[in-house]
Design a protein around this ligand. Structure first.
Ligand code: NAD
Length: 419
């Protein structure tokens, strides 16, 4: 199954449960626009390489397209189509006035020099410039893209337009129109949802054992916040390997070690109080006995092949699409709840929306203001989804899709008269 077929299966399931009209299903299962662009770059050795790039614009019924740009060798059109459709659902889940888009370039960006990376990014920005903008489509960082890359895109776009258009992308550095709290927004949003889930179940966070797959922007801050909430983060991993300590890891030490050595598996004394850690593979991490498994790397990590090995009591999806539909069914049978990506990681796009609002107003909020605005949005989204989950006796993923599809169907009715 391609990743986009997974998305369609999720839309179909929720549509059946809620009785969504055939017309709305048809509209919401298609993309409004798909761009395929070539990105020629003169490399440092004088040769020319032409990279393949995409930007998919799934749906704009509720507002301009919004979604990240990924630089990864495994990017393909099916993946970008899926990710852009999930963005539509995600924005609708948290009720922010944005639609869904996503972009990517097929590239192993770690192998590019800084000059080549900048040249490729600026060339890609030029290729998509006619189709992006604060009122049209607003990209953001995703896997292996960051504030520097957003800075280059905003600069290139502004040069072409002949004016400062910082709101063309979000996830920028604070020095050029970024928002306070954007770097931690995805994990903070995930924490708010997790705490509400635990509260509803009457479970205290202190001492809960957490394993985190993926130690980038989303995963590392999630691990840090989990430790600060009194949980015991027993394992974290990156693309190479993971590190495990039964007594809990000290996350700031792992963060410093990863920054210095490049791999979490080299942080061998990062246990609490300097305790020694052992190396675990990503396969082993997914099967660790723990209370909460946080998936914050890439899609298709828990599949029909390994879902039965999961020993965690629940899964929190900070990555997009880390659990396949087949694995969802297996986990449901095992009684392992999955808090889905379109809710759990929606804090990122919510603060991106705040960044856009601040750019358009050219007036900036304090970190405290950002946090104070984020929490009620995440809590309200959780409440809606928890209520749906009980009403339809379904999974949290189905409940989240129902919430999103209802808002999108409403917009379709009011904008186009389609029911
Ligand atoms: P990132 O590039 O900062 O980090 C990705 C991490 O995953 C790195 O530590 C990398 O080493 C690790 N990784 C890559 N392949 C792996 C593998 N096969 N096994 C284990 N670890 C692996 O990216 P990020 O921004 O943290 O994004 C991670 C996920 O979260 C993606 O699915 C992304 O779409 C999703 N997400 C991120 C944000 C955000 O604001 N950053 C928002 C919403 C969703």
């Amino acid at each position: 199954m391609s990743l986009f077929e997974n998305t369609l299966a999720q839309i179909r399931k929720a549509s059946d449960l809620m009785g969504l009209s055939a017309n709305a299903r048809e509209v919401l299962s298609r993309h409004e626009r798909i761009l395929e662009v070539s990105v020629p770059v003169k490399m440092d050795d004088g040769t020319v390489r032409v990279f393949q790039g995409y930007r998919c614009q799934h749906n704009s019924l509720r507002g301009p397209y919004k979604g990240g740009i990924r630089f990864h060798p495994d990017v393909d059109l099916g993946e970008v189509k899926a990710l852009s459709a999930w963005m539509t659902m995600k924005c609708a889940v948290v009720g922010i006035p944005l639609g869904g888009g996503k972009g990517g370039i097929i590239v192993d960006s770690k192998k590019l020099s800084p000059r080549e990376l900048e040249a490729m990014t600026r060339e890609y920005a030029r290729a998509i410039t006619p189709f992006i903008g604060p009122k049209m489509d607003i990209p953001a960082p995703d896997v292996y893209t960051n504030a520097q890359i957003m800075g280059w895109i905003a600069d290139e776009y502004s040069k072409i337009k002949g004016e400062n258009v910082l709101g063309v992308v979000t996830g920028k550095a604070l020095a050029m129109g970024g928002s306070e709290g954007r770097d931690t927004a995805t994990s903070m949003g995930g924490m708010h949802v997790l705490m509400e889930y635990l509260k509803e179940r009457g479970v205290a966070p202190a001492g809960l054992r957490v394993a985190v797959q993926g130690f980038g922007n989303a995963g590392s801050f999630m691990a840090k916040f989990a430790q600060e909430a009194g949980m015991s983060v027993i394992a974290v991993s990156d693309s190479k390997n993971g590190v495990f300590c039964a007594g809990g890891l000290d996350i700031p030490t792992v963060m410093a070690g990863k920054a210095e050595k490049g791999e979490v598996a080299l942080c061998t004394n990062a246990g609490i109080g300097g305790a020694a850690c052992s190396v675990v593979s990503n396969v082993e991490l997914l099967a660790l006995d723990c209370d909460i498994l946080v998936l914050s790397a890439l899609e298709n990590q828990v599949t029909q092949e390994n879902a039965a090995n999961v020993k965690a009591r629940m899964i929190l999806e900070l990555a997009n699409g880390p659990v396949t539909p087949e694995a969802d069914e297996i986990l449901k049978g095992m009684g392992v709840p999955v808090i889905p990506d379109i809710l759990a990681n929606a804090g990122g796009v919510t603060v991106s929306y705040f960044e856009l609002v601040q750019n358009e107003a050219n007036y900036y909020w304090s970190a405290e203001e950002v946090q104070a605005k984020l929490k009620p949005i995440m809590v309200k989204a959780w409440m809606d989804i928890s209520a749906n989950q009980k009403k339809y006796n379904c999974t949290y993923r189905e409940a989240a899709f129902i919430s999103a599809l209802r808002r999108l169907a409403d917009a379709l009715k009011w904008r186009r008269g389609i029911e």
